[in-house]
Design a protein around this ligand. Structure first.
Ligand code: SF4
Length: 425
């Protein structure tokens, strides 16, 4: 009888990719189950980015230990970012755990549980719907943003070669993937380690040759040294979507300096305007942090006015979280919790208005929609301006559509963060 293994994935799409590789590897000798309440081995792939995720992940581990004590789980392995960040503390706190592995668990865990097949490059058991998949192009980060724990967790920048990524992409295309989403901590710097120069444009050009991919999407770009040659590539290719995800974090030059972002207000705005000028109708997604230590009402107002003026297509906002081990930790957490919450709400309410205005302008337009889900009386999809899970959706009042298929769709109504569509064909 094959032993059962369940891999629970907490955290970001980069963790999803790692879990998919682990599952594909373990699948050779174990029965894979997605039920963590009834399994022989449970692997918990963790996130340790923010204190809030640390708390959430530790709760999950606690729940698993309870199941083990009830005899529902034989062994528990905790892997990934939380372990890389707090392995000593975790080992003390959770003696019931059978093994802790940091972010290099893909090499080490299979060997621990007597696995003959070590990691077989490129194989993945998709955890996403089979029509889209993430491609992790590098790991680690060489920036040192003052608020961020990731460099301490993931270490130095580590690109995967173009050859290996094309091999993995072709494998995903064979699985039926139509939307390929490029991820990393920082996709802008792709290649600086492996090729001693930025190679994101070359990678995009190679991936765009794989015709099965109708949409290739670029996430997690970093503004400094943004490779503007990719803008022409987006214009010249049919399958690289007009979409850029670029966390900006703030706009006030003093705050950007304290954050260690290597950008100021002027060059940030110049870059964003150039992206918009170079690629007509491109959708720009960004994220901001409010309540960074010392952020005054005036500096926040500057950010709010910038958001109002620039009108991002997609936007997320986070409250500053004082993280042990990060450069900014020494500043203390000086902005009161309720002030942070109020600033976050103010920005999100402003963005809601912006999003509704932009959506209303799409009524009557025809757009290509990729169906992610077909429910009882409606289907849910996305336009090329929407990444899975974080951006908007298109709701189509039809249940006869097919998941993973593209439909020409007429937009008939608009809400803040959703469009209502009618599938044409
Ligand atoms: S770019 Fe900055 S925020 Fe992003 S992972 Fe690197 S250090 Fe963290």
């Amino acid at each position: 009888m094959k032993k059962k293994v369940c891999v629970s994935t907490l955290g970001c799409p980069k963790n999803i990719v790692d879990s998919e590789k682990l599952i594909a590897t373990l699948n050779y000798e174990y029965e894979i189950t997605d039920n963590p309440n009834q399994t022989d081995y449970l692997v918990i792939n963790t996130c340790g980015f923010l204190q809030s995720s640390v708390d959430e992940n530790e709760d999950y581990v606690q729940q698993a230990i309870k199941l083990k004590k009830l005899g529902k789980i034989e062994k528990i392995f905790v892997v990934g970012c939380l372990v890389s960040r707090f392995s000593k503390e975790l080992t003390k706190k959770f003696p019931e755990i059978d093994g802790f592995f940091g972010t290099d668990f893909l090499d080490k865990l299979p060997k621990k549980i007597k696995q003959n097949h070590n990691e077989l490059y490129g194989e993945r058991k998709l955890l996403t719907p089979s029509h889209y998949a993430y491609l992790k192009i590098s790991d680690g980060c060489e920036h040192n943003c003052a608020f961020c724990a990731i460099p301490a967790i993931k270490g130095k920048f580590n690109s995967i070669s173009i050859e290996k990524l094309v091999e993995e992409a072709k494998y995903l295309a064979k699985l039926g993937v139509k939307e390929l989403i490029l991820i990393a901590q920082d996709t802008t710097s792709y290649g600086i380690d492996f090729y001693q120069q930025q190679k994101l444009n070359e990678l995009l050009l190679e991936l765009s040759k794989i015709e099965q991919f109708k949409w290739i999407r670029l996430m997690y770009t970093y503004p400094r040294k943004f490779p503007e040659n990719i803008l022409e590539t987006i214009n010249l290719t049919d399958n690289i979507v007009k979409y850029i995800d670029m966390p900006i974090q703030h706009i006030n030059t003093g705050i950007l300096k304290k954050m260690g972002r290597g950008m100021n207000k002027e060059n940030t705005i110049n870059l964003l305007n150039n992206i918009r000028k170079s690629v007509p109708n491109i959708a720009i997604r960004t994220t901001f942090i409010v309540g960074f230590p010392g952020e005054t009402e005036k500096e926040f107002a500057e950010l709010r006015d910038f958001v109002e003026e620039f009108q991002f297509d997609r936007m997320g906002v986070f409250e500053y979280s004082a993280e042990i081990g990060t450069p900014a930790y020494k500043y203390g957490d000086t902005v009161a919790k309720d002030v942070k919450a109020q600033r976050l709400e103010e920005l999100m309410l402003l963005q809601q208005k912006i999003a509704l205005n932009k959506n209303r302008k799409l009524i009557g337009k025809e757009m290509t929609v990729l169906i992610d889900e077909v429910a009882d009386n409606h289907s849910i999809g996305r336009t090329q301006s929407d990444a899975p899970d974080i951006d908007q959706q298109v709701i189509i009042k039809s249940k006869n559509l097919i998941q993973g298929k593209f439909y020409k769709t007429k937009i008939v109504d608009a809400r803040e963060y959703d469009l209502i569509g009618k599938a044409l064909k």
